[in-house]
Design a protein around this ligand. Sequence first.
Ligand code: G4P
Length: 537
Amino acid sequence: MAQVGESEATAGGILAEAKRRRSFAVISHPDAGKSTLTEALALHAEVIDSAGAVHGKSGRRGVTSDWMEMEQQRGISVSSAVLQFTYKDAVVNLLDTPGHGDFSEDTYRVLAAVDAAVMLLDAAKGLEPQTLKLFDVCRSRKIPVITFVNKWDRPGREPLELLDEVEQTIGLRPMPVTWPLGVAGALRGLIEVGTGEFTRFTRAAGGATRATAEPVAADVIAAEEPEFWTTAQDEIALLEEIGAQFDEKDFLSGRATPVLFGAALSNIGVARLLDALVELAPPPAEREDAEGRPRALDAPLSGLIFKVQAGMDRAHRDRMAFLRINSGRFERGMVLTHAATGKPFATKYAQSVFGNQRTTVEEAYPGDVVGLVNANALRPGDTLYAAEPVQYPAIPSFAPEHFSVARCKDAGKTKQFRRGIEQLDGEGVIQVLRSDRRGDQAPVLAAVGPLQFDVVAARMASEFSAPITLEHLPYQIARVTDEAGEEALARQSECEVLTRSDGVKLAVFSNKWRMDVVIRKFPDVRFDPLLAGTVTD
Ligand code: G4P
């Protein structure tokens, strides 16, 4: 029964389908234009889940799904979904990363399910903090990154200065694919660096945002815009001299990034970005299992749960797990095995989810994402497989930077309280830390971003009928330690040791200064650093 579909799908068919896939996420700082770009990409493509999939915020957006009241009140998106579309012969999966100014581990986990990322920069701002954090994750996961410099229709910085910032700050060598003609705010069009071809973008007068694109011969545009043309040619010549030509190996190994310029809002450079994704970004590759053995793409079905989301459908209170397919052909109805428990998992209710839209998924291939309903037993990092057992490495958890003690408001609801905390911990919504001193009734919740506390409080009240109070703890930084650390810190102020539910002991400190003092005091004790955006264990 587990092999449904395998017989029909020839190995060649699976490999050909996998090769067409491009699965990526956009990493950016809030307001850089991620939603605008997502919409612009979708408009260029044939959105597979078509009707009304792109709509929303201010009547325009909502590419991300709004599933909690809290989100709606704040006009932010806490959840992620996947936009799938075909472009030319490719099947593109754009995995949404939560778009608010906060961090959650969800954002990071999404990056466990992509094969490439688009780093979106605001032309006036360059690299911003959230982009840097997400880039660190891409680097640690060896995800190739394409850079898109957005908002070139507005006054911004010099292109060479921006590229220099990328190289100096994150050590990623920029390889421009297109080059702007005209300064930011007075963009005339884009030059294709490889061929010298020019595309003029013209925005119609009277407020139309979408620009029209038209190829213009080099000598014509050179005569029309002599100053801009000379500057651009000088800059391109300089780039050639310093060796900024495209190098596939450097791109795929994360040492260099193709760079494109544009303005998502005016639709400038967006088609070129899609072309670059299809031409340059890698299709799904064989993924290694926990023992480091690659699983062939045409092996029987296997995949990784990278995200679990509850409450998406208020009427049904369902829990959806998102499965990134790593091998084989998925066919709805297959019965898979949940590697963590060995139990069967039926996939009758497989869906694709984008915004408020859900469609039933009949089949899927490596690189695709399938939403599994009724997935109460599934956790982020879990493996599902058909036929041949496989276990993928767990998705690492990240260094928490915010801590609060949770307490049940109503003494009569301690059972619900315990169940809820356990459930949210299992889903990976929050990390749960405990110590003998604090007791089981007052676990410490730890998060990468503070918004997670609101999510926990809202869900504890609505889903588990156990409203909670949260007491902020003045800790900001955590290190991995052991029993010796626990002993050492017992008599120190502004720090303590807490045990995470996976057994890892975390020493938490009020600030870096205090931590440095303590570490110096106990030179023989283990205090392993946990950089934000890097693995903790
Ligand atoms: P985000 O998802 O990364 O947070 O960014 P979002 O797309 O919401 O864009 C943030 C703001 O930047 C929006 O303006 C959007 O219109 C604008 N923007 C995005 N791309 C471009 C671009 O290429 N050029 C220019 N000039 N602006 C761009 P807003 O006023 O905050 O929102 P709205 O009223 O337009 O919805």
